[in-house]
Design a protein around this ligand. Sequence first.
Ligand code: ADP
Length: 451
Amino acid sequence: MRKVTIKLKITLWFTTFMILLSAVVFAFIALVSNSTTTHQTRGALTRLIDENIREIDYDDGQLEIDDDFVSFQNGIYCLVFQENGEKISGYAPYDELESEPFEDGSIRSVIIDGETYIIYDRMVSFKPHEDVWIRGVVPERGNAINLTAVYRAVLIALPLLIILAAFGGYLIAKRSLRPIQKISETAEDIGNSGDLSKRIEMGIGGDELHQLAGAFNRMFDRLETNFEAERNFTSDASHELRTPVSTILAHCEYAFENASGEQELYEAIEAIQKQGYRMSHLIGSLLYFTRMEQRTDAVAFESIDLSALVLSVCREQREISEKNITLKEDIQPDILMKADVALISRMLENLIRNAYRYGKENGNISVTLKEADHRIILSVSDDGIGIVPDELPKIWNRFYRVDKSRSSVKGVGFGLGLAIVKQIAELHNGSVEVESEINKGSTFIIKFAKS
Ligand code: ADP
């Protein structure tokens, strides 16, 4: 099928509508003006005849027609006849109009030579003298001569107007749809070049197409950010894996070539094992991420006693901690929530582990859980090294570590812990917040809507 553009469709619809509308309006005007004209013509005819009656009289037995008698006015012919039908005065365009039988007071039409004439007769009685007939004759369309000229003008002007309107309509449609063309060109361009930084240039405007272009641009923004994040994720993950692999290979080489004695071999194996654990931890986190993002692991939402779960995670973390830090809980009892136990445990573990990791020796950690304003609020605070304000928004990003050279911090991670926390919180319709002051400590707050 031939492609019909929207521009053409709009123009065709518009023009057809214009033609139909003009035809209806024209027909309506013709109908109304026709009946009005006929009505007015008849009115003018009877009025003139009735006025002329007053101008005829007998004087000394002699019929006298006054000077004010109007024989012709506005297409109306006025004739006077004797009782026997003999014409006394006046003129009509056709003889038939004079010979037509008289009918007192009747208005009727006769057609002569294709033209309709209206005839109006009045008999005037002058007893004892002879009666007189007065006849008025007018072409039905006599007064409409001007209107016919108007029709003709309209019939010529209308097609011109329609052509003009169609052309104008086409231009407006073309102009209005230009943004769509831009949108499709940009989308095509991005598709072909893969350059997600391109945007639809629309200029200022607030109509629906500008809104559509705006929505597309925002979508491109998000796609660009996501693609960028995906790219970074892959390169960061490869980078993180390369370090332990290099260390393992270096230890292997050293062990093969230089190790003398069991002790050195043992140390090499120990170092290799450490890097192995690190890799395994990273791979575990990466898998975790991918599964959560692709939702390949079904999230098991069930009604859980969050208070009990938080207490139990705190206890476990306290037991495995290697630092001398006091962990205290302030837990409102019996807070229930629809959640996945494994995910919530993992989220809290990550937060507490960070609090220990970035906390100071002999410091404190406080875990609180309470309900307020229809929300469940979980917080983990420490009095550790803190985070500089500039870094705060970035710590939730994957592989982001505040200062990769914070070598004083033992067992520094991969920068995935908080990203996982955020992802789990959002999966439970929660939000994450952080408040921190350098060298004073940090507080991580998770807020869930109460189900
Ligand atoms: P990592 O595994 O490196 O700890 P996270 O995603 O858990 O990764 O944390 C990201 C960064 O945020 C960390 O590198 C660390 O610098 C900072 N951070 C996280 N928790 C704390 C905390 N409690 N105190 C100070 N800094 C923190």
